[in-house]
Design a protein around this ligand. Structure first.
Ligand code: ZN
Length: 198
């Protein structure tokens, strides 16, 4: 027996497909949306559609931005010879929040995971290698300390090493399996300062 109307069920289904939203939360959100004034619902729907239509990858570092170059890459005061490799734009935001990192970034949009069938070709790795043709002094690998993050770090290190560019890995102290975005700024800075050559 269908408990709710087809429209409500559809809405719950779509919301439940979002990360971190279980079926209970999806139901709560669905009823909240239905009870919202129509103009608020329209505004929310438009914001989603506009964000999707206008957000793209920065042509340098591949973070999500609505300009050709993200604010970090567009900033000439940043050290463009130091590239920190992170798994996603949220990790970049976490380091930016510390306000202490002066280099630029490269966003992989994932990590190598043989288990999930994600190979080097599925993340922005060849884009990173292409950037290294320029004037680069150091690549800091700041992927997560999960199995996937470590696998990715080793892979990148082996790939870059022969070029003579300095390759470093942020220090442990970042909890194993911990997503960078959940780690406090002091820990992030300590991890950055304590980075070691690999
Ligand atoms: Zn950028």
């Amino acid at each position: 027996m269908e408990l709710y109307s087809g429209y409500i069920n559809k809405l719950i289904e779509e919301l439940a497909a979002l990360p971190g939203i279980g079926s209970k939360s999806a139901q709560r959100l669905a009823f909240h949306l239905i009870n919202m004034p129509a103009e608020k619902v329209n505004r929310l729907a438009n914001v989603i559609v506009e964000a999707k239509a206008n957000v793209r990858y920065c042509k340098e570092c591949y973070t999500l931005t609505d300009r050709e170059l993200c604010p970090v890459c567009a900033n000439e005061k940043r050290n463009h010879r130091m590239i920190m490799v992170v798994e996603n734009s949220r990790d970049l935001a976490a380091y930016e929040k510390t306000g202490k990192y002066e280099g630029v970034y490269h966003v992989l949009h994932g990590a190598i995971s043989p288990m999930l069938g994600i190979g080097p070709g599925d993340i922005k790795l060849k884009e990173l290698i292409a950037r290294l043709q320029g004037d680069v002094e150091e690549v800091i690998i700041a992927t997560n300390s999960s199995l996937e993050g470590e696998t990715t770090a080793m892979y990148i290190s082996k790939l870059i090493k022969p070029s003579g560019i300095r390759v470093t890995r942020i220090a442990s102290g970042v909890p194993v399996g911990g997503d960078l975005e959940y780690i406090d700024e002091v820990t992030l800075l300590r991890a950055l300062e304590g980075r070691v050559e690999i």
